[in-house]
Design a protein around this ligand. Structure first.
Ligand code: PLP
Length: 449
């Protein structure tokens, strides 16, 4: 395959409108998918077939070859606008120079070290930086590799610090599919059901407030669960991400923290999606004044490489120093390459003021989308904060049809929400406002006015 620069359809700038050379998917994507389906676990092909049956829309995927900024190019040379950015993980856009330089520099020095036995200078620098993100003086960090792994580390931390096994989670929330967070997955019963016999029975759910009107009911349910005295961790997303970009009332998280603390529980803020500028502030929970105890970061932290972190004050994280070899670690945790890229990403997010940019651009794009889609019957609501925007459609079938129609028009999106009824837009924080805004008219064409 030709490198990006030789592709006629590719873009040098990374901020270009779609250019489709073939029908989507093209023949090369189709052939590559056939090969993939022969060797990949069948869960994913089956999901595509189920979706196809449900929506009536063809779900054959494209296969990606290249990325630059907010453009993706598939193996047929079709150029797309990327409104997903690797499930929100490519904060700086594809092929960002700061990330590429960090990878090059660190890979020439040391790619893999000896994790928690002999650290590396890159790991020392990253942990010092991450510690400063937490408001507690002397905050300490447990590195992990995926979001699910960071949440597992947080749940373990809370058990050690409180001595209580219980977790209070929220309906509609998603924290990953490993066995730590899976029992707390309020998004979809089908993720938990086949494994129920192996999951922790100490998880309770409360409703997630979608507006001022549900706030008291949600907090009453929280308090009722906390009164039982078993809960050590209240696990919460500051904004529901996979749950459909649901922004709760600002008072929710601060009041949740007060309640949890009154009942001896810790609040774990899962900022894996909202953090590092995505929701328009460096950390959403802190920006709205919540006194959370444990922070989980992932997704964008690694600039595309897998690294995540669980951060807590020394009073909480200190619970790990109990002797008897109690640790949470893995072979690649704290690998120098990922640490160097994470440091470069954090610095780029800060120096380019991307949280402020996300907040401002996001607010304007939401307003533009509302205007563009105001008389489209299929659209229930446009909502979100920062560059985490959801367009709720009337049915899950419409969600899939919209996602498909947009793909065939050159825009990559995914669906979220409990039933898949929310088109979810989480582009790179560097995307141009003009390019992002092009999705409104495209969606109008796809689902009709
Ligand atoms: C809020 C939140 N927490 C945790 C996770 C799990 O992260 P990962 O997929 O890296 O395990 C996700 C993934 O989408 C997420 O959105």
């Amino acid at each position: 395959m030709a490198p990006l620069s030789e592709l006629p359809a590719a873009t040098a700038g990374g901020d270009e409108l779609p250019f489709l050379r073939t029908a989507v998917p093209g023949p090369t994507s189709r052939r590559a998918t056939e090969r993939l389906e022969r060797v990949e676990c069948p869960a994913f092909g089956q999901r595509r077939r189920d979706r196809q049956e449900k929506s009536g829309a063809e779900m054959a995927p494209i296969v990606l070859g290249w990325g630059k900024g907010s453009n993706l190019v598939d193996v047929d040379g079709n150029r797309f606008v990327d409104l997903c950015a690797g499930f929100g993980s490519v904060l700086l856009g594809h092929g960002d120079k700061a990330v590429a330089r960090a990878i090059e520099g660190q890979s020439e020095r040391l790619m893999q070290g000896l994790g928690d036995v002999y650290g590396s200078d890159a790991k020392v620098a990253l942990l010092e930086r991450l510690s400063q993100l937490h408001p507690a003086p002397g905050a300490q960090v447990l590195l992990a590799q995926s979001g699910s792994d960071a949440v597992t580390a947080a749940i373990k931390t809370a058990v050690l610090a409180t001595g209580r096994p219980g977790v209070l989670a929220f309906e509609g929330a998603y924290h990953g599919l490993g066995y730590g967070p899976l029992p707390a997955c309020g998004l979809r019963e089908s993720y938990r059901a086949p494994f129920a016999a192996q999951l922790s029975p100490h998880v309770r759910f409360a409703p997630y407030p979608r507006g001022e009107g549900d706030l008291d009911r949600a907090l009453d349910a929280v308090e009722a669960a906390l009164r039982l005295g078993e809960v050590g961790a209240v696990l919460v997303e500051p904004v529901l991400g996979r749950g459909g970009c649901v922004v709760p009332p600002d008072a929710f998280l601060p009041r949740l923290c007060e309640l949890a603390h009154r009942h001896g529980a810790l609040v774990v803020a899962d900022e894996i999606w909202t953090g590092l500028g995505r929701a328009g502030s460096p950390l959403r929970s802190l920006a709205i004044g919540a006194k959370v105890d444990v922070l989980c970061l992932g997704k964008g932290l690694g600039g595309g490489l897998p690294i995540s972190a669980c951060i807590a004050g020394p009073d909480v994280m200190g619970a790990w120093a109990r002797g008897g070899e109690v640790v949470h670690t893995s072979t690649h945790a704290g690998a120098p390459l990922a640490c160097a890229v994470a440091l470069a990403t954090l610095e780029a997010v800060r120096s380019r003021k991307l949280p402020d940019r996300a907040r401002e651009v996001g607010a304007r794009v939401i307003a533009t989308l509302r205007e563009d889609l105001r008389d489209v019957d299929a659209v229930v609501e446009v909502r979100g904060v920062g560059l985490m925007i959801g367009i709720e459609l009337a049915t899950p079938e419409l969600g899939l049809a919209a996602m498909r129609g947009l793909l065939e028009s050159g825009f990559v999106t995914i669906t979220g929400g409990a039933r898949g009824e929310v088109l979810t837009l989480t582009p790179a924080l560097t995307i141009s406002e003009e390019l992002f805004s092009a999705v409104g008219p495209a969606l109008r064409r796809v689902i009709g006015a």
